[in-house]
Design a protein around this ligand. Structure first.
Ligand code: SF4
Length: 470
């Protein structure tokens, strides 16, 4: 029977069907960090249990790490306690950890792929919503809650409900200055922030096939913002080329054997999907969110919606968002003044993202009223960027060049908006209070658009700002 990748991977990891109809699913790789694991370890200890498969568990520290001064103990006592708890837990259980001294620390969804821990055909779980990122490799990867982290630590299994599969076919060539971030923001706008509930999203089509692994990760990362718990891309030669030589990927002949198996997991040509959506890549222009969820975005040359012009069911949400943001109905998004520019997060803080931002910034200065920061996704990204001199491009332009971590994506460290500040951000969520100030405002966009906004001091169309060849 022709089958989807999702079904193949799901079936391969099914232990049994539970009496309540759920599937007991084996988890190939469990990624843990300092925020959602301490309580889970406490629950484990309370029941006298240990970590079932420490060799299938990997820890790092990302959410709370300071990005300016990382000397221990941290100035923030709560952050220090959380890291100390993680260190104690992994020491006691034999779980490998990529800490601040490892040279490999970073955001959990950045380091998994770059170390080759993330591989096609795996089931991957992590106590973090954006675990869907790993689906870019053809893995079935999902975020889990703290009690599920406990379950996976104790048993390496999860009780899960299977989901349907929607294929999202993106076809055609993206215009220069339009990026993976614009594609996923367009998908979420089209299908809605709840449109993916109950679905895994399979991203397909020639646009996706031409994308690098970094770009595919950006797309899969934000699946959860569209309501889908899982998002994936079928493994292909791009996937194989990315993984070859990665530290924790199979080596030598084992790699060739694994590659053949990985490719065989791709959805079959005749596979049936529960739903199918088509997106025309050529029609996508740079997108910017204007509201309080990632579905509320416009093309940069568009104006904000008018509550009076939308169906009555949508009116209250749009009015609430406009009120919170302090934006006028029908106003252009272009020209919106910003206070902070943030290039970072597991969506867009990989080396290619930093290169695109640096390309825009090179030879310019950050506007005097803007605080601009670049927070690489990992220590490895930071080191690679420094080898290319990107740090100098940013600092000479007036950006702050920080240590790796989640930083202002969630503001669990000192990097926070203040008051009503508006932040042009390459992250993934623009919820109220997301960046540390209850009244702070977030405009999501691509890293290149953030860089252009930092220099202009306001939202601009990066295509007017930087030279893009055909
Ligand atoms: S960068 Fe943001 S979304 Fe990603 S793991 Fe960190 S806090 Fe979560």
């Amino acid at each position: 029977m022709p089958s989807t990748l999702f079904k193949k991977v799901w079936d391969l990891h099914t232990v049994r069907t539970l009496p309540n109809g759920q599937t007991q699913l084996f988890v190939g790789l469990h990624l843990i960090h300092e925020v959602t694991s301490p309580q889970a370890f406490d629950m484990l200890r309370a029941r006298g249990l240990g970590v079932k498969h420490p060799e299938r568990t990997v820890a790092t520290v990302d959410h709370i790490v300071p990005t300016r001064d990382q000397r221990r103990p941290f100035g923030d006592v709560m952050a220090e306690d959380m890291l100390a708890a993680l260190e104690k837990n992994v020491r006691g259980s034999g779980v490998p950890m990529f800490d601040l001294h490892s040279g490999a620390q970073g955001i959990v969804h950045v380091i998994g792929p770059e170390l080759g821990l993330t591989q096609p055909g795996m089931t991957i779980a992590c106590g973090d919503s954006h675990t869907s990122t790993h689906g870019a490799f053809g893995a079935v990867a999902f975020g889990i809650g703290t009690s599920q982290v406990r379950d996976v630590l104790a048993s390496q299994c999860l009780a899960m409900d299977p989901v349907k599969v929607r294929r999202i076919r993106v076809t055609g060539h993206l215009m220069p200055g339009v990026f993976a971030k614009d594609v996923i923001l367009e998908i979420i706008r089209r299908l809605g922030v709840n449109g993916g509930v109950g679905f895994a999203y399979e991203y397909a089509g020639d646009t996706i096939e031409r994308m690098s692994m970094d770009e595919r990760m950006t797309i899969c990362n934000m699946s959860i913002e569209g309501g889908a718990r899982v998002g994936y891309v079928n493994p292909d030669q791009v996937t194989i080329d990315y993984l070859r030589g990665k530290k924790y990927a199979p080596q030598g002949e084992d790699f060739d054997t694994a590659s053949a198996w990985w490719l065989s997991l791709a959805s079959d040509a005749q596979a049936a999907f529960d739903d199918e959506v088509r997106i025309d890549a050529a029609a996508i222009r740079p997108r910017v969110t204007w509201g309080i969820n990632p579905g509320q975005s416009v093309f940069v040359d568009e104006t904000l919606p008018r509550p009076a012009d939308v169906p009555s069911a949508e009116r209250a949400a749009i009015t609430e968002a406009l009120d919170f943001m302090g934006f006028g109905a029908g106003a252009p998004i272009k020209g919106t003044k910003i206070d902070v520019a943030f290039v970072g997060s597991c969506t867009n803080a990989r080396l290619s993202d930093l290169r695109e931002a640096a390309r825009v910034v090179r030879g310019h200065r950050v506007a005097t009223h803007v605080q601009a920061l670049v927070v690489p996704g990992s220590q490895a990204v930071r080191a690679a960027a420094e080898r290319e001199g990107l740090d100098r491009v940013f600092t000479e332009a007036g950006f702050e060049w920080r240590g790796a971590g989640c930083s202002m994506c969630l503001a669990m460290n000192q990097d926070k908006l203040e008051g009503r500040q508006i932040c042009a951000s390459s992250s993934n969520r623009n919820f109220k209070g997301r960046q540390g100030s209850p009244t702070g405002r977030t405009l999501l966009m691509s890293p290149a658009m953030v860089a252009a906004a930092a220099v202009a001091g306001e939202v601009v169309d990066v295509r007017d700002f930087a030279q893009y060849g055909d």
